[in-house]
Design a protein around this ligand. Sequence first.
Ligand SMILES: *Cc1c(COP(=O)(O)O)cnc(C)c1O
Length: 389
Amino acid sequence: MTGTGRAWIELDMNNLRHNIKVLKSFLPDRCSIMAVVKANAYGHGLVEMARELNKNGIRSFCVATVQEGVELRKYGIQGEILILGYTHPEQLQLLTRYRLMQTVIDYEYAKTLNCYGSRIAVHIKVDTGMHRLGEPWVNIDNILRIFKFKNLDIKGIYMHLSAVDSDRQANKNFTQKQIDDFYYVLSRIQKQGFALPKVHIQSSYGVFNRPDLSCDYARIGIALYGMLSTFNDTKEYNIGLRPVLSVKARVSAVKTLSAGETVGYGLDYTTHHRMKIAVITIGYADGIPRCLSGGIGYVLINGKKAFVVGRICMDQMIVDVTDIENVMQGDIAVIIGKSGKAEITACELAEKAGTIANEILSRLGTRLERVITRSNRSFRCNSAVRKHA
Ligand SMILES: *Cc1c(COP(=O)(O)O)cnc(C)c1O
């Protein structure tokens, strides 16, 4: 197989298909998945994932930047593409040339877009308390004015929930208030005689924690890739999602050291006893967090754990294989994924690194080649246990 020489990502597209089916089972019939493929599809590979999503009937995408949208079009991705972030006025011509929809960040930005010269397709974002992007919901008059702008082709209106991943009562109340304020804005728009464009609110956690909402789209990222942001959530929600991605690398050398020898940079590690180590062809430049150095992180070789020894390097790392038999140059080490009966999930790695799976995934380097695989497990939908239902 090509692409598997040094370090690579395997994408199990049957697991993606499974996740789409599971997610659809949570959504009302009229609600479509808007696949969030920003940040190189959470590190999976933008074009590889979008193509496969297209093949599985997904026709709507969200990206963070105009460049990501252009990339999708250049590779022939079909359907609508919404840019969630800010596009500088110098780059507005790309929106029309590549048929991209732009988020209206606020009222000021709506004026800029309206003055551009040709009609731009947009979704209006309403800020209901996240205080990131969106026109504040209290400025209803501004939002109504945007609907009168001649050069804006208003395709959608949306908001983002900022506390929907938590079941604390205060957070649940906040979520409800966000939703109520948004729907109040929508009612005022209708009262003014404007037809409502497409409406969307939920991201992954929103789908599971507020399945009662009935929108036109759900903007789904992390769940499509087969997990929630943390190990605990993924376990507790028990939705039966399957990770799409594995990360693997080669063993480039195996060495036996006697007691008292040092390993890696900075004399950080000294062997206490006779020890066998293996050098692995992946490092922090590939997205492996350097904070997993010094015995915190591990990889799987032949189904067994091999802990990191010393400091993780830019392109390589060294692991302890003293207790693993027959490790040889050219063997495969699993950094995320399954090896024999053992498995390391992106969530577990994230927990060790003090972050969430989203960050671990999205930082995986472009140097890793993406290889498409298709496991032959058949589809079985878990009885969708909902934590907060
Ligand atoms: C990233 C993002 C999403 C997707 O969130 P997930 O939790 O990964 O599903 C949805 N909406 C907006 C505005 C985002 O920035």
